[in-house]
Design a protein around this ligand. Structure first.
Ligand code: MRU
Length: 350
């Protein structure tokens, strides 16, 4: 099976006026591509985790609007903008925490408003969405290089969830840093957490890294403390679904536990995220944590592992406070505490 850092193979792409993506729910057992020509199908794909990971969702949202533009029968600019706005709302409501979705949708709507007529709007939207996908790869590669200097020869790096090629258009954020570190000639090992309940760590991260020949060991989420207290890990890098201007990081459920444990053991904890993942407006009280269905927790795959009618609490993300974070790696450089100052500087340099 070929996948991942092969940059010609993309997690999500625009092909012959359709959106083509890898169906991540089938991995690692099958590599299946799906193609959509209706923005509602893209919305459903985002909702059901066919495509997931903040940057991949952002680009998928933009491609979804490109489909909505092609689907629209509007003959005036105003009517087309109305159709795009309705599609934007449906796409936006699929997943509330990853800010890249808002970023991708807003950017396309803004481009549409700047054009004068229906055909120019359609052309511009498709061109911009494709550019966003190409830029995502370049940004990840730059971020990878920026982050690689923080990692040393013989490091064992823990990562949580999947912030790899599959969570982006290709290459990855946290796994991009790991790839760039390896490509810089340093010998590294990786410990990937399983990441219950949807198992992005075992199904996707372990799969991607193994495929790329990176030394990876899989652990259950419950072995994070064991691994750190027994000296099996000396650095951590994770991705993010949203970073606030204050340095609060929202990422896959369990990230907070990993960060807390890293602090307890004096292990540097890094976050890798492009500027499109930053939300410079919201405060922690404004951020909605997505709650997902209980069946993700009451079973493993098709197998039921909990009693019938059990109450379940299944948050998809948690917040890691800035005091637990050693640095935030971006395409513009690495932000260090105090974050309010260093993040502002990254944006000023943009
Ligand atoms: O629910 P998911 O699989 O979309 O969650 C993904 C994550 O939490 C990733 O760590 C995050 O999006 C960073 S991806 C580069």
């Amino acid at each position: 099976m070929t996948i991942s850092t092969n940059l010609s193979l993309r997690t999500v792409e625009w092909k012959d006026n359709k959106v083509r993506m890898i169906d991540q729910t089938k991995l690692p057992n099958e590599l299946v591509f799906v193609e959509y020509d209706d923005f509602n199908q893209v919305a459903e794909a985002i909702r059901t985790l066919v495509v997931r990971g903040a940057p991949a969702i952002g680009v998928s949202g933009a491609f979804g609007l490109a489909l909505a533009a092609l689907q629209s029968k509007a003959e005036t600019k105003e009517k087309l903008l109305d159709d795009l706005e309705s599609a934007r709302k449906i796409l936006f409501e699929t997943r509330p925490t990853a800010i890249n979705l808002k970023w991708g949708l807003d950017k396309i709507i803004q481009i549409a408003k700047q054009e004068q007529n229906v055909s120019d709007i359609k052309e511009s939207i498709i061109k911009t969405a494709k550019q966003m996908a190409d830029e995502d790869i370049q940004i990840n590669m730059t971020m990878g290089k920026n982050g690689s200097i923080l990692f040393d020869n013989n490091d064992t790096i823990m990562t949580h969830c999947n912030a790899g090629a599959l969570a982006t258009v290709a290459y990855g954020t946290a796994l991009g840093v790991i790839r760039a570190t390896k490509d810089s000639g340093k010998k590294i090992k990786v410990i990937a957490t399983e990441t219950r309940p949807v198992q992005q760590g075992s199904r996707l991260t372990a799969f991607e890294l193994k495929h790329d020949g990176i030394d990876v060991s899989l652990i259950p989420d419950t072995a994070v403390g064991y691994s750190m207290s027994n000296g099996l890990v000396n650095k951590v890098v994770v991705g993010a679904d949203r970073v606030l201007r204050t340095g609060h990081v929202y990422n896959k459920i369990g990230t907070y536990q990993v960060a807390t444990m890293a602090k307890q053991h004096g292990i540097p904890f890094y976050v890798a995220a492009p500027l499109s993942t930053f939300d410079m407006i919201s405060s922690p009280k404004d951020v909605v944590i997505e709650m997902r269905k209980g069946t993700e927790v009451t079973g493993v795959g098709e197998k039921k592992t909990a009693p019938d009618d059990i109450n379940v609490i299944n948050p998809a993300f948690d917040m890691t406070p800035p005091e637990l974070i050693t640095g935030i790696i971006t395409e513009k450089g690495v932000a260090k505490p105090p974050y309010e100052e260093s993040i502002k500087k990254l944006f000023e340099a943009n």
